[in-house]
Design a protein around this ligand. Sequence first.
Ligand code: NAD
Length: 490
Amino acid sequence: MKDACSPPEIARVWRNFVDGEWCEGPGGEHLTVMDPATAEPLAEVAMAGPRDIDRAVAAARGVTASRALSGMRPLDRGAMVQQMGRLLRDRADETARIICRDVGKSLSDAKGEALAAARYFEYFGAAASQIEGQFIPLADGLTTYVKPEPHGVVAHIVPWNFPHLMAARSLAPALAAGNANIVKTAELAPLSCYVLAEVAMEAGFPAGAVNLLCGTGAEAGAALAGHGGVDLIVFTGSDQTGREIMRAASARIVPSILELGGKSAAIVRSDADIDTVVENVRIGIFENAGQVCDAMSRLIVEADIHDRVVEAVAEMVRGLSIGPGWENADITPLISAGQKARVTDAVASGRAAGARVVNGGGSCPDRAGYYHEPTVFDRVTADMDLSRKEIFGPVLSILRADDLDHAITLANSTDYGLAAGVFTRDLDAALWCADQLEAGLVHINEWALGSCETPFGGVKQSGIGRERGREGLAGYVQSKSINIRHARPI
Ligand code: NAD
């Protein structure tokens, strides 16, 4: 990517997209998006409030009432979704520059996010025409057929850590299934999502099929989640907000898909390849400064390999660079001052609880942006907050396990259940662990495997429902049973 050593230029002023038009909020108010790398204002975004949400929901309801999407031939609708994917792929460098500036992540990771988003539209566009129903012959003269139908209006509430990708992950299947959509972007990093509205328009979706607004969670987010015109809520974010979403959904008895946080653990058996473990630790907990829902935040190491693994991880971490995303540094800034304070507090609590700092621990006071050193704790025990609470920062906790049973007990000892992993050359051990681990995803010998084709989601407090793959697509339709009594013609 060109010009990687100076901050890429991006637009200063951004507007919301409602009913096919770019618009300001009714009060003309703006939100300021901060640059995580410099802690200076980066851009201004029109701030949506409840009245804008009303307008967006009305526009989306108009699309469902007209059957403009649901009445289309799925092959044609899918072609439009695929076209969005092609347009996103063409604009991946531009989108990567926006992601790099507003999230703060490295340009190369940002490009990966932009291309992965394009793949969602390509994959789900191709899958649109494969949404099929059922035919159930009950008895002579009695037949049921089951028809999948879109929910209607889908609210997508997305987080800031992979804003473009998380919006794409739910918008692509929702459109493929024929739903109309309102995306509420995250106020800390909304900018890259606007590209999705542009390509939806360019691909020919009718006004109101994709509405995209930024506003605060407490105001715009709550107004959308509680809106009487929404038929399905898809939420990706923290478990605290997830509870609010469930309350809003329960008040109106609408379904919700919840993709929440994690405290994911990888088990390292004594026969594991240490170089592989170390490389996966680098990606698993230090990518995007650890602000990843399925980050490998705990490493559970069998006793007889423990010291060697700790030393190898420490050596890798000593070589990591810290800097802005446009320099493709290994450790990029956290999203905000608040997130930095959360990480700093977690590190202080880890020290106070008696865990040993192997690397880092500092909060980079000489840097203007929201940086934190990559930090490794050893001698972490299951009762410490370091083991139980999601930090969402570049902080790894290493726990020592007496044997494999103990490792499983430690891995399962949190309220979360998003991802888990095991590093071993022993296939029996790997598959046994896969059965025992309480997680929606289990990775064997490589962290964060999987793609748009494979289901993603958590158990326990990491969420409800699955995104991605055929199972993900199934979340965007509901079935209607049509029961027919038919007699012999007279
Ligand atoms: P968050 O819960 O603070 O915010 C997420 C979104 O919800 C934002 O758009 C926010 O404006 C909105 N929101 C906040 N309060 C709301 C309310 N009362 N009603 C409606 N909407 C509201 O989460 P975050 O800090 O943006 O993201 C980080 C969290 O997201 C972490 O816990 C991370 O693990 C999780 N996450 C999960 C996945 C996954 O796929 N499981 C992916 C990415 C992030």
